[in-house]
Design a protein around this ligand. Structure first.
Ligand code: NAD
Ligand code: MG
Length: 371
């Protein structure tokens, strides 16, 4: 029986097409949907926070539908996206006798999704995988689009593969146990979709954000709408040659802040960097005369209401000098002839790729921000 409270978002990518299901209670019935993919075995990959809460429920549901099941649990946290745990996961998948027709199931946040997805991309030259994202960030962003990978000592996400999942099950009830700070961080990415090209969705967020946090029907709505937005971009530009870059709104500044705080989650988590970055992108656009100041103020007011930081001076332990920020940005982006490519906006829901932004204009803007 189709459940009216479950929303389906298609990702029409030809022979790599898949569906994202969004709603409460998907985990309990995951076996049915996963078994429909026709595998005989599933290797669940999870982390030490998520596993104790949810791995048994998932394993039981898979077994009820005839799948042989195994679980590998890795430590929680960004440091797990590394060569050593890639080896752990690949070997666990092989140990579980996962064949070409079988599945890897990522049960966790973006760390588990990126790591398990990459393992699935390379084990036996590629096995299928299913995403069961358990953070708001992974439900609205990392589980959709097929980017998988690990970090190298040369930087984040530098070793990886495009490998689309065969199915995404976003059970929004799992977010009930997510720490508030992680919830807020994921919410910055939700707001980003409105800011990119959907002013009506941003206005909806301003009205309904409390329901998203409380776990009402608004949460399903926000996750589904975000997945639609991400899926639309991914379908237009699967391998990030063109306008998938719009998804980086707020991320040029955000990544610089993460680099400056040494990816230390005690000081700054990704979504907090994005929240500050979104505000900076809008204020920078306003300072260049591209965007109404009132729109930049609205962005800040909303993120701040949701408990997110919006200013450089809110970074725990500080974010260094303007030159430190510019250096960190130059490492993320190629500076060509003293110019950078930014995602800027001419208003809420009107963002665009802006090549040729001079480092001097960024410097002048940041001097004002940092004073
Ligand atoms: P995460 O996976 O580290 O999860 C955050 C914390 O929440 C962890 O401690 C985790 O154990 C815990 N947790 C997860 N689900 C929980 C639940 N339901 N209840 C209680 N605790 C729970 O972080 P994240 O923010 O989900 O993902 C960040 C990663 O995603 C980064 O590595 C980033 O590079 C990656 N990412 C990838 C893409 C992509 O397109 N592939 C996009 C965005 C981000
Ligand atoms: Mg992001």
């Amino acid at each position: 029986m189709p459940d009216a409270s479950i929303t389906t978002v298609p990702v029409p990518l030809g022979d790599r097409a898949y569906e994202i299901y969004v709603g409460r209670g998907l985990l309990q019935e995951a076996g049915q949907r996963i078994a429909a993919l026709g595998a005989r075995a599933a290797a669940i990959v999870t982390d030490e926070h998520v596993g104790p809460l949810y791995a048994d429920i998932l394993a039981r549901s898979l077994q009820q539908h005839g799948l042989r099941t195994s679980v590998v649990t890795v430590p929680a946290g960004e440091a797990t996206k590394c060569y050593a745990f890639l080896e752990t996961v690949c070997d666990a998948v092989l140990e579980a006798r996962i064949e070409r027709g079988d599945l890897v199931v990522a049960l966790g946040g973006g760390v588990v999704g990126d790591l398990a997805g990459f393992a699935a991309a390379v084990v036996r030259r590629g096995v299928r995988f299913v995403q069961v994202p358990t953070t708001l960030l992974s439900q609205v962003d990392s589980s959709v689009g097929g980017k998988t990978g690990i970090n190298s000592r040369h930087g984040k996400n530098l070793v990886g593969a495009f490998h689309q999942p065969s199915l995404v099950l976003a059970d929004t009830a799992l977010l009930d146990t997510l720490p508030l700070r992680e919830m807020r961080a994921g919410y910055a990415e939700v707001v980003k979709y409105g800011l990119i090209d959907d002013a009506a969705f941003f206005a909806w967020c301003e009205k309904n954000w409390q329901g998203v946090f409380a776990g009402g029907p608004e949460r399903n709505e926000a996750v589904a709408q975000s997945c639609r937005a991400k899926a639309a971009v991914v379908v237009r530009d699967e391998r990030e040659d063109g306008d998938r870059a719009l998804l980086n709104l707020g991320h040029t500044f955000g990544h610089a802040l993460e680099r400056i705080t040494h990816y230390n989650s005690a000081r700054l988590v990704h979504g907090e960097g994005v929240a500050i970055g979104l505000c900076l992108a809008f204020r920078f656009s306003a300072s260049l005369g591209l965007c109404p100041v009132a729109d930049a103020e609205r962005v800040e007011a909303h993120l701040s209401a949701a408990g997110l930081p919006t200013r450089l001076n809110q970074v725990a332990g500080g974010c260094g000098t303007v030159e430190d920020l510019l250096d960190a940005m130059a490492q993320d982006k190629k500076v060509k002839g003293g110019a950078l490519t930014f995602i800027l906006a001419s208003g809420i829901g009107k963002s665009f790729i802006a090549p040729g932004i001079s480092v001097d204009s960024v410097r002048a803007f940041l001097k004002d921000e940092n004073s």
